[in-house]
Design a binder for this molecule. Structure first.
Ligand code: FES
Length: 141
C-alpha cells in the first residue's frame, strides 16, 4: 500500500466551484437547484440555469422556496403558507400559488386572492454573486 500525502481541506469557494462543476444538487419538480446551504444563506443555482427556466424550486433550511424573475426582478418566495404553514404549490399555468390544506390561493406576486391566509407569501433576499443566485435568510417585502 502506498503512502499518500493528506489532502488539504477545501475552502468554501473551492467546494462551491467543485460542486458546480460536478453538477451536485437535487432535483425538485424537474428543476435543478441547491448545492450548498446553511441557515444564513445558500447557493441556489447558476444565474444561467435560472434564465433558461421560468423558475427554480429548492429547499432552504428544510423549507421549499421558489426563485424566479418577477417583472424583471430576481425574487425568492417562501412556499410556506401564511395560514397554517403547509407548503403551497406553484401552478405556472394559472400563475398562482395554491395551498393544498385549505385552498388558500396567492397570485404570482404572492398576494392572497382567496382563502384563509392572513398575509402574502414571505420573500427572501436574493443576491447574484459571481454568476450564481444566492438566497439570504432575510425577509423582504
Ligand atoms: S395552511 Fe394554507 S390555507 Fe390553510
Amino acid at each position: 500500500m502506498e503512502d499518500r500525502p493528506p489532502k488539504a481541506p477545501m475552502s468554501r469557494q473551492q467546494f462551491l466551484e467543485k460542486a458546480s462543476i460536478l453538477g451536485l444538487g437535487l432535483t425538485v419538480a424537474g428543476t435543478s437547484a441547491c448545492t450548498l446551504f446553511d441557515d444564513k444563506e445558500m447557493l441556489v443555482c447558476a444565474l444561467e440555469d435560472l434564465k433558461s427556466q421560468d423558475y427554480v424550486i429548492a429547499r432552504f433550511n428544510g423549507k421549499k422556496i421558489l426563485v424566479t424573475y418577477l417583472d424583471d426582478k430576481l425574487t425568492i418566495f417562501s412556499l410556506i403558507c401564511r395560514h397554517k404553514k403547509c407548503t403551497v404549490a406553484y401552478h405556472a399555468d394559472e400563475a398562482q400559488f395554491i395551498c393544498p390544506c385549505h385552498e388558500g390561493t396567492y397570485d404570482k406576486y404572492g398576494e392572497v386572492i382567496d382563502g384563509p391566509p392572513p398575509g402574502p407569501l414571505f420573500r427572501f433576499k436574493a443576491e447574484v454573486r459571481e454568476g450564481n443566485v444566492w438566497v439570504v435568510n432575510e425577509k423582504v417585502t
